[in-house]
Design a protein around this ligand. Sequence first.
Ligand SMILES: [Zn+2]
Length: 229
Amino acid sequence: MVVVKDLKAPNLSWEAFLEFDKKIQGPEMKMLRNDKKYTKKDFERLELKPPRKIVGRETGYFFEANGYKLKVWTTILEDQQKPRDKGEDVGWVLIVKGDILIHCSKPFLRTSDEFFTRILKTAWISRYKILNIPLCRECKRKMEIIRNAKTNQTYFSCSNVEGHKEKKNIRESWDKPIEGKKLALEFIKDRRKQTANYKKRNKKLGIEPVSKRLTRKKWKIGRPENLKK
Ligand SMILES: [Zn+2]
């Protein structure tokens, strides 16, 4: 079981989802719909075992650029025209390279009417970032996206140390591509504030904060040697 504490009944109408679905596939985002987390080939290649019984097909979207794949999961079960039951799952925006997770947003709880809007904005920002990967400020090579799995922090890095004055990796902030993008930066700031408020509220209620990213049960990979990097 994923530890999810949705405190308020979400107001997520099917109409709101359809609006979101139209926008995320529309000309500005051009994300493709995908209702399978893994293909049959992935199952064979990695000998995958789901963490729990998977009921229904959840609607997701993806977009690829510069060797990175952006994935958006909504918890929406289209055949039932509703989100997965509360407590079972949350919304996620992820970036992977091959099979390796390199960016993971904070989970989207279905506690607000803005659930879809927040996912859409986060997806827009992540999409913009993988389309606009910065060049190294010293050697001008395209940087790589790196994730520190312990802290879940993502940043850009260039490891071409020979081309650098101090012979060290060069790092740039994860928000580098959206420098000067006022709306995007405001949204990120708001979301950080929401997270802080959520933590504060939980503390008041005596709820021990548990990172959903860490408590989330993962798929079992029987053949890790076949993971694509
Ligand atoms: Zn460089």
